[in-house]
Design a protein around this ligand. Structure first.
Ligand SMILES: [Zn+2]
Length: 145
């Protein structure tokens, strides 16, 4: 068992509940792992925004798209933490279904958000070290990211 699963299993039910999420939202959310399509569905949860110029090739930014959410159809989804690297936010999630599945949401500046499955070893170790503190923060402030 990896360190992150171990840290997660040591959380009290109350703290687990504080990081529980119904789904993962993203602007123009792209699902990059086929398996995620089988594990859940994508819903529109927010309005359209972004560049809609017909002459623009949208090279430096995403085209007009709605805010979408990937919502798991089975299991429980938990938000493990976030980091900022190379001008983008990266958020980590855990789906506890038939086993544990780790997810990474990449939130680049001005571009569509991307969600995909990663291996536990690809989740940085600070997630395990800071998980309890993160959950306590979420319990107090209930705020994202
Ligand atoms: Zn454009």
């Amino acid at each position: 068992m990896g360190q992150i699963i171990k840290a997660f299993e040591q959380l009290s039910p109350e703290l687990r509940n504080a990081i529980r999420r119904e789904g993962i939202e993203g602007w123009g959310l792209r699902i990059l792992s086929e398996r995620l399509e089988a594990l859940g569905r994508v819903e529109q949860v927010g309005r359209y925004w972004g560049c809609d110029s017909p002459t623009c090739q949208h090279l430096s930014h995403g085209y007009r798209a709605p805010v979408l959410a990937w919502v798991p159809s089975q299991g429980e989804l938990y938000y493990l933490g976030w980091d900022h690297e190379d001008e983008k936010d990266v958020r980590y999630y855990l789906l506890k279904a038939d086993g544990y599945i780790f997810l990474r949401l990449v939130v680049p500046m001005h571009k569509h958000h991307r969600l995909y499955i990663i291996e536990e070893k690809e989740v940085p170790l600070w997630v395990a070290r800071g998980l309890k503190e993160h959950a306590e923060y979420m319990k107090t402030y209930k705020s994202d990211p």
